[in-house]
Design a protein around this ligand. Sequence first.
Ligand code: FES
Length: 161
Amino acid sequence: MISEQAKQQIDTWVAKYPAGCQSSAVMEALKIVQAENDGSLTSELIQAVADYLEMPVISVHEVATFYENYNHKPVGKYVIRFCHNISCMLNGADDLISYLETKTGVKTGEVSEDGLVSVKKVECLGACVGAPMFQIGDQYYENLTQQKIDEILDGLRSEVK
Ligand code: FES
């Protein structure tokens, strides 16, 4: 269920902690396993991570369901994590989320018909000075406007052509 390549990646994180503290790598392990399974986690994958790290499955489940960066249903190739916390909200996030939903044809929590994007509303991503903002992968996009969103979406579409 967890590929050998993913196990090697997890092992590099486990090695950063003292012997017997492999559970400290659980967040990275979930991230790695999620990435190799089309961006979402199933109960079976959570169980596999628990087995691999020799942790109670409930502990892994708690981590996987507490943090917003883990997905529990299918997502698009690109997950747009739009901050709707106070700074972003005061700078127009709600209107821009509506605009993004219209442009992509998906409501938050859904996947576009072409599988390209899904949109999630998330809490503060620590980039309030650049509000309104969203995150795709490891990249932050700040000071968003409708025009910037159009350009970003065009960029994503051209990446998959
Ligand atoms: S409120 Fe949006 S990044 Fe902090």
